[in-house]
Design a protein around this ligand. Structure first.
Ligand code: HEC
Length: 116
């Protein structure tokens, strides 16, 4: 009986343990912006690697899906911001993926820094 009790106890503890893990996990993903606000804001580079490198490549030259080479771009500051926010042709609007204006500016500065 003593064995059964402790077996139940550990089963219950395991269940409670894994449920709260799940809760914490879903909580975190549900409040993504709150979670990132608590930390340092992501750098332009981090944002770029996460959101842009898939088409533009880490060095800006990949050209996947018709993406333009960012190292030879001649767009003005405003045009870069506009392209990131609104997209064009094969480039999707990235505004919502980047979440905040600060992130859009940070990634814009980063891509301008790729120019020679
Ligand atoms: C799905 C692929 C894709 C993703 C993801 C993507 N781009 Fe693009 N990007 C393109 C394409 C395609 C173009 C060319 C648009 C055109 O026809 O002028 C482009 C053009 C640009 C331009 C203009 C270059 C020029 O001189 O005309 C900039 C700046 C740019 N992208 C920045 C970014 C940034 C910053 C991100 C991430 C936040 C990003 N892109 C994500 C595909 C992508």
């Amino acid at each position: 009986m003593a064995f059964q009790n402790s077996a139940w106890r550990s089963l219950v503890l395991t269940l409670v343990g894994s449920t709260s893990c799940l809760l914490i996990f879903s909580c975190n993903s549900g409040t993504k912006s709150n979670a990132t606000e608590a930390k340092l804001p992501p750098s332009g580079k981090e944002l770029y690697v996460e959101n842009c490198a898939v088409c533009h490549g880490e060095d800006g030259k990949l050209g996947a899906s018709g993406a333009k080479d960012l190292t030879v771009s001649t767009l003005s500051d405003n045009e870069v911001l506009q392209r990131i926010n609104e997209g064009k042709n094969g480039m999707p609007p990235m505004k919502s993926a980047l979440e905040t204006k600060e992130n859009v500016s940070a990634v814009a500065e980063y891509v301008k820094g790729m120019r020679k």
